[in-house]
Design a protein around this ligand. Structure first.
Ligand code: SAM
Length: 239
């Protein structure tokens, strides 16, 4: 999968997307991340890409033309019109289902705003999806783009070394993941639950399922409403 990021701060993307699992997936050829500097498409000698908003008001706005030309450079390169995500607090709030959907694309473009945002007219021309990462306002779209790329990448086959770990994690089936433990068996007087040491696979699975349900009920009751539970499991939650 190829990510193309339209940004005024390409170094943020280059530095942020180069380590750990994502860095390994790029080296392994499963992903590519290209940061396109919108400033390279400025039409004045000072490479200025922002201006005052018509009608007044605080702050500056990114102008339409440099954003449009930078976007066009991607379309020309890949030869088709890709999905273009504008990161904005005004978009639909990102979640795991959306990550799965975006992971089906061959190319995905992220448009990162700055200052007070971007001239509405270019958004109308190029953007296909408005996405927010939460109900708060950040200074720019680069961190949200990296959040999205990270979670989408995990859905791309080959990126996780153990594909199964993506399928049993939090949000699969609208449940949070069960608690996990590693060595030693006892730490600060706290013991690993005996069932996990039993080697009894079915009992371990049953314990994990129960813990997932209890944890979701406690931390995210909103999710639990959408989970597929048996009558017995619902009764346990209500106790
Ligand atoms: N004036 C805009 C508004 O009120 O909707 C906010 C602009 S914000 C200061 C600058 C840029 O940061 C936005 O254009 C967007 O790209 C990004 N941004 C800020 N908060 C975000 C969020 N919660 N999710 C995604 N992107 C965000």
């Amino acid at each position: 999968m190829n990510f193309h990021v339209l940004t005024l701060f390409p170094e943020m993307i280059q530095q942020g997307m180069n380590t750990s699992i994502i860095g390994r997936a790029i080296t392994g050829g499963y992903l590519s991340v290209e940061a396109i500097n919108i400033r390279d498409y400025a039409f004045n000698k000072h490479q200025k890409v922002d201006d005052y908003p018509y009608g007044g008001g605080a702050g500056m706005l990114m102008q339409a033309e440099p954003v449009y030309l930078a976007y066009q450079s991607i379309e020309e390169k890949i030869g088709y019109r890709p999905r273009v995500v504008y990161l904005t607090p005004q978009g639909s709030v990102f979640n795991q289902t959306m990550a799965k959907d975006f992971a089906k694309e061959k190319d995905l473009v992220f448009l990162c705003g700055h200052y007070e945002g971007i001239d509405e007219r270019v958004l109308e021309e190029v953007v296909t999806d408005l996405v927010s990462i939460g109900d708060y306002v950040l200074t720019g779209g680069e961190l949200p783009a990296m959040v999205m790329m990270d979670s989408i990448s995990r859905m791309v086959p080959g990126v996780l070394s153990n594909q199964e770990s993506g399928e049993t994690e939090s949000f699969a089936g609208n449940l949070l993941e069960y608690p996990q433990y590693s060595r030693p068996e006892e730490w600060h007087g706290k013991k690993v639950p005996p069932v996990l040491l039993s080697g009894h696979h079915a009992n371990i699975e049953a314990w994990r399922r129960e813990q997932s349900i209890l944890r979701t009920a406690k931390n995210r009751p909103d999710l639990l409403k959408k989970a597929d539970l048996t009558n017995k499991e619902w009764n346990q939650v209500r106790q």
